[in-house]
Design a protein around this ligand. Structure first.
Ligand SMILES: [Zn+2]
Ligand SMILES: [Zn+2]
Length: 291
């Protein structure tokens, strides 16, 4: 049980180190009962392209950020409560290997590990944390999930009207409900999807019509098989070659979005629940450290 590490010096030292690496740009991560289960670099499929991100799996949250200096400085901290997370394995596709989707109510995306073993380890640890947490809290996941966004490069024309060609002036937009890349004309309306934002968010006309007519509720996850028409028969999906080019361009510095990219995929993934206890025996009867 990972929880044996809770309140051990070793675990607190690790958590403090992660907190320090994010500095003032991040939130406080050290807390009673929290355990840092593992950490490593994963390739996150972002809107523009795949990018290396440092991930930290705690027993109750998943934290990730951009790597400024490996093991020393991270930025753009994101925290996802594990209680609402679901993971789905992805088949290998060209250069996109060892991947899975991280689905949560507010944000969903795909990540890729360096090897099949790392993928298996990550997925097993994440699922274990989710199950332990749900058991401990007795809560049930809400079932709300944000759609995984289609990467920008996957669409040269609007996935909804299939007409508007994207250029440097004609911008691409993402429907917050189905994740499709659509033109401004096809996504001029906003709709309130509370698990994504407290303000109404951009949605495509198709999703708008479904939600405003009551055909689907805003908290119902987008269902690719029953309503994924615009995504399923899009003629704009990536060809294998394009997907490989996209994967290869992973860490190149073209088109910076203001984040430094010094991701080092050679950094090994570490999981802490085993092998370290002998050094730092857990003391479950100790009172929690004062904070
Ligand atoms: Zn359109
Ligand atoms: Zn949509």
């Amino acid at each position: 049980m990972v929880d044996r590490l809770a309140n051990t010096e070793e675990n607190n030292r690790r958590m403090k180190h992660v907190e320090d690496c994010f500095g003032t740009s991040g939130q406080s991560l050290v807390s009673v009962g929290r355990v840092l289960v593992g950490e490593g670099v994963l390739t996150k499929l972002c809107r523009k392209k795949p990018k290396p991100r440092q991930f930290f799996l705690f027993n109750d949250i998943l934290v990730y950020g951009t790597i400024l200096i490996s093991k020393k400085k991270y930025a753009n901290q994101h925290i996802i409560p594990l209680q609402e997370v679901k993971i789905i394995t992805l088949e290998d596709d060209g250069n996109f290997k060892n991947g899975w989707q991280i689905i949560s109510p507010s944000k969903s995306f795909a990540v890729y590990a360096a090897t099949p073993t790392e993928k298996a380890e990550w997925m097993a640890h994440i699922n274990k944390c989710i199950n332990d947490l749900l058991k401990k809290t007795g809560k049930k996941p809400s079932g709300e999930e944000a759609a995984v966004w289609v990467p920008d490069q996957s669409a040269n024309v609007c996935m909804l009207c299939q007409k508007t060609k994207f250029t440097t002036i004609v911008r691409k937009h993402h429907c917050r409900r189905c994740g499709s890349v659509v033109c401004g004309n096809c996504s001029s309306k906003r709709f309130l999807i509370p698990h994504i934002s407290s303000k109404p968010v951009r949605v495509c006309d198709q999703c708008y019509d479904k939600m405003s007519s009551g055909a689907v509720k805003p908290d119902e996850p987008f269902n690719k098989s029953t309503e994924g028409k615009i995504r399923a028969d899009s003629k704009n999906s990536l060809s294998r070659n394009e997907a490989e080019k996209l994967a290869e361009s992973g860490s190149s510095a073209e088109e910076s979005d203001g984040e430094e990219e010094n991701g080092d995929m050679q950094q090994p993934t570490s999981f802490y629940e085993e092998g370290e206890e002998s050094k730092e025996p857990a003391r479950p009867n100790d009172p929690p450290a004062a904070t």
